[in-house]
Design a protein around this ligand. Sequence first.
Ligand code: ADP
Ligand code: MG
Length: 259
Amino acid sequence: DRDWRILKEEFEITTKGGSIENPLRNWHELGLLGKELENILVKRLGYKEPTPIQRIAIPNICRKDKRDFLGIASTGSGKTLAFLIPILTRMNNSQPRPIAVKTLEGPKAIVLAPTRELAQQIQQEAKKMVDCWNVQHPQHSYQVVSIVGGHSLEEITLGLSNGTDILVATPGRLIDSLESHLFSARQVEMLVLDEADKMIDLGFEEQLTKILNILEASSEVITRRQTIMFTATMSPSVERIANGYLHKPAYATVTGTEA
Ligand code: ADP
Ligand code: MG
C-alpha cells in the first residue's frame, strides 16, 4: 500500500472515485498479452516504459467490470496509447471475426477526436501498433479506419469495405455516416472521447449528445458499453459531459508534464 502511494507520488498521479487499480510498474504487468505487446512497444515503437497516464489509465480501463474512466493529462503525455492498448486488449479477448462478419457487425471501438488532424494522428498511431500485432495474429487482422470531414460518403464506404475494428472519427462526419447507415454501431463496446475539452471549445457538445444517443439506440452489446474520456484540462463543461455520460468513473489526473 505504501509502495503504491510512493509510486503514484513519483508519477504525480492522483485518483478519485474509489477502488482504483494500481498503476502499471512496467509493460510486463499488462498480463497475458504483456509479452507480445511489450515486444511491439519496446522493440518496434521504442517505448521503453509506460508514461504516467498510461500507467494509471491502462489497468483501470482494462478492468473486467468495464468501469468508465476519465483521464486528465497534458498534451504530449501519451494519452493515445493509454486508450489504444486497452482497446487492443479487449478486442483480443473475443473471437476473431472474418471480414464478412466485421462488415456486418461494424466496429468494436469508436474513438472520437475534435479535429481531422487529431483523428488522423490517432489513426496512424493505432495503425502502427495494430499492423505489428496483425503480423503475429493474422486471424484477427485488425482494421483501423478513420471517418473525418473532407471524405465523401463514397470514400467512407470504400474505407469500411474491408471491415472495421477500430473507428476513429470526428463528430460531424460520424453523425452523417451513422444517419446514412454506412456501418452498424451495434457492437461498439468501447467509446473514447479524446480531447473532451477541445471538443467542447469547438462547440461539439450537441453533436456529442447526438452520437451518444444514436449509439445507445443501436447497441446490442449485452454488457454495458464502456465510455472513456480524456482531457488536458478540467472545466465545468467537461465535468457536465462526464457527469452526464460516464457511469461512476475512475478518475485519474497526472499533474506532471513529462511524457
Ligand atoms: P497526448 O495525446 O497526450 O497529447 P500522444 O499520445 O500524442 O500524447 O503522445 C505524445 C508522443 O509521445 C507521441 O509522439 C508518442 O509517440 C510518444 N509516446 C507515447 N507513449 C510513449 C511511451 N510510453 N514512451 C515514449 N514515448 C511515448
Ligand atoms: Mg491526444
